[in-house]
Design a protein around this ligand. Structure first.
Ligand code: AMP
Length: 616
């Protein structure tokens, strides 16, 4: 049997899974880890680094390294790496290629097909770009699953003993590095039904990193935006580490040592809340929206399912508990929920006995419509919804439109996605035209039919009612997606890039680590790090004695680890911090540090959830 893998192509990290021995299993990468950072680095010689090693290079070679590119799937943004421009789907393809290789090694067979998860809010172009990325990685991607649906599937099929459990209503809160997706899911018998979804595709863990980094800069008289990308990355990396530390301890110290600059900042959960309060407020918006759209009360939620790395933040769990007090919180492993779910889907697709009857019904997360003539202002067309958001997929809806002007020769159907009243505030997806017989305004009509399939591909059919003339457009080739010829070209280009063999990759990983430390230190320590990098490069490039290389790799890694620890607890900087009281701002007593005040009742309500819980 041809195996199908499940891939959670995340903004920050990606994972691969497969249905094996009656359950969904995660597949480790070559480093034995499940999380592969979604980061790609390409050097001048066309060597490509993916994952942890690329993450190190983000600090040492930011100009050759790209991260968070998933946020720009299906857009025209490009990244200049190693002397060439790359589209987000090409970079994603390099991550997918790596996961495919990991799966092939683990399963001992060639893999040609994958199910990939995407945020529910991904528009048509981003979905098409994800499929293109699969094709560029040599994977046929027939099925795209919404991430929250995958999380629900994982919860439903692994929460119990592999059999259907009681009926329940789940709220899936999927909060990753770059996006927040919230879904309301009804589960009964073997059916997992997505009732409503909402989200914020510009809100994620990296916004908290940014808030911490900006606070750090504020306390040290720096302006984050004015710093070099390299220094920004160093501070962001430390900010992310400090934030993650707060999942384990109530208080931590963020230390930044970068060249001549040294600084520290104390961080507590309480302070994190204060500096990122606007982010907390934004989290509730989609929760309210799914309950509204699904016509459910919050008390009807029987379980809150947390997915995505950011759900590990205790402050977020606390915040949700405050608003959803009756929900039983399921904290399985937020990092793995989606991947586990796509693995279940891979099992369903392979028609595995244990899950073949499990039925996942999904919905269209946004409204699809067309622009109609605006009598009041001819310059701004109005959105006429054809498929309403949260319609069950696959779905097919028809609507009739009349000509808007006398002796009109043709009718143009613009296709839009979004909820706004005016089409220019929604996302344009494409258009098609049909000729109509010339007649007085309103005398000719057309029937427009939208069909939206389970993979999120939209087909638009138009029929002229009087003549029966028809036109069809499959909205899969938006402006920024690839046509077959381009796909072929990109495929050839990507084949030019080669990854390094595993042992060589470990070597390069050590060198990248050293280069990052070199950039962060000064003086003797920096010289020593430089010497070790040179020596190791000499061993790898000239001597090439595998035994010696392996031995030195271990010694030097020990040294680098100590250097990293040293950076964390830099005594001098601490002393200076104690001497200098200007960094310390007296506790504002919960006031909004952004100075926006807390006028409304709702906001005062919001503040209560942490007063008395986290304040010491
Ligand atoms: P994902 O996109 O689901 O991989 O989530 C990645 C996000 O989760 C990043 O912003 C991480 O900083 C964040 N994250 C991972 N682990 C933790 C942790 N222990 N505490 C807080 N945030 C975390």
């Amino acid at each position: 049997m041809e195996r199908i893998i499940g891939i959670d192509l995340g903004t920050t990290n990606s994972l691969v899974s497969v249905w094996q021995d009656g359950r969904s299993r995660l597949i480790p990468n070559s480093l034995g880890e499940y999380l592969t950072p979604s980061i790609v680095s390409i050097d001048e010689e066309g060597h490509v680094y993916v994952g942890k090693i690329a993450k190190e290079r983000l600090t040492s070679h930011p100009e050759h390294t790209a991260a968070l590119f998933k946020r720009f799937m299906g857009t025209e943004k490009t990244y200049a790496l190693g002397g060439r421009e790359y589209r987000p789907e090409e970079l994603s393809a390099l991550v997918l290629r790596r996961l495919k290789e990991d799966a092939e090694r683990y399963l001992g067979t060639e893999i040609k097909e994958a199910v990939i998860s995407v945020p529910a809010y991904f528009n048509d172009m981003a979905r098409k770009a994800t499929k293109d990325a699969g094709a560029l990685a040599g994977l046929h991607v027939e099925r795209i699953v919404n991430e929250p649906s995958a999380a629900a599937l994982a919860c439903r099929s692994t929460g119990g003993k592999g059999q259907a459990e009681e009926d329940e209503t789940l709220l899936v809160f999927d909060f990753g590095g770059g996006t927040l997706d919230v879904s309301l899911v009804d589960c009964f018998d073997n059916v997992v039904e997505i009732v409503s979804v909402s989200g914020d595709n510009r809100l994620g863990g990296s916004d908290f990193d940014r808030a911490v980094a900006e606070q750090f800069c504020k306390e040290h008289g720096l302006c984050f935006d004015a710093l070099s990308p390299q220094r920004q990355n160093v501070i962001l990396r430390r900010a992310a580490q400090a934030k993650c530390m707060l999942s384990e301890t109530e208080q931590t110290v963020m230390t930044v040592t970068d060249g001549e600059f040294q600084g520290q900042m104390e961080l507590t959960n309480q302070k994190l809340i204060q500096i990122s309060m606007p982010l907390f407020h934004r989290m509730l918006v989609p929760v309210r929206a799914v309950l509204n759209d699904g016509q459910k009360e919050r008390l009807e939620i029987s379980k809150v399912v947390l997915a995505g790395g950011s759900c590990k933040m205790p402050t977020i769990q606390q915040y949700l508990r405050h608003f959803l007090p009756y929900g039983q919180m399921t904290v399985m492993d937020p990092d793995h929920m989606i991947a586990a779910g796509v693995g279940v889907y891979a099992g369903i697709k392979e028609r595995r006995e244990e899950v073949k009857d499990l039925l996942l019904t999904d919905i269209c997360p946004f409204t699809l419509g067309t622009g109609v003539y605006n009598e009041a202002d001819a310059r701004r067309s109005i959105m006429a919804p054809i498929i309403d958001r949260n319609s069950v997929l696959p779905c097919r809806k028809e609507q009739r439109f009349q000509t808007a002007k006398d002796f009109q020769k043709s009718v143009k159907i613009d296709v839009y996605q979004g909820e706004a009243y005016y089409v220019d505030e929604n996302i344009y997806l494409g258009e098609l035209s049909v000729d109509v017989p010339m007649a007085l305004k309103g005398q000719e009509s057309i029937t427009v039919c939208y069909t939206y399939d389970i993979n999120g591909i939209l087909v638009v059919d138009v029929k002229v009612d009087s003549t029966g003339k028809q036109a069809r457009q499959v909205i899969t080739t938006g402006t920024y997606t690839l046509d077959p010829a381009e796909l072929e070209q990109y495929l050839r280009d990507l084949e030019q890039l080669h990854s390094l063999p595993a042992d060589e990759e470990d070597n390069q990983m050590l060198i990248a680590w050293g280069e990052r430390l070199f950039a962060q230190t000064t003086g003797e320590l920096r010289e020593e790090i430089g010497r070790r990098i040179q020596y190791f490069q000499h061993l790898v490039n000239q001597e090439q004695d595998p035994y010696k290389i392996r031995k030195q790799r271990k010694y030097i890694a020990d040294f680098f680890e100590r250097a990293d620890r040293y950076l964390d607890t830099f005594a001098d900087a601490w002393q200076r911090l104690e001497d200098d009281s200007s960094w310390y701002e007296p506790d504002s007593g919960g006031a909004d540090p952004y100075g926006e005040g807390t006028e409304s009742m709702a906001e005062e309500e919001d503040l209560k959830w942490y007063d008395g819980h986290l304040t010491s």
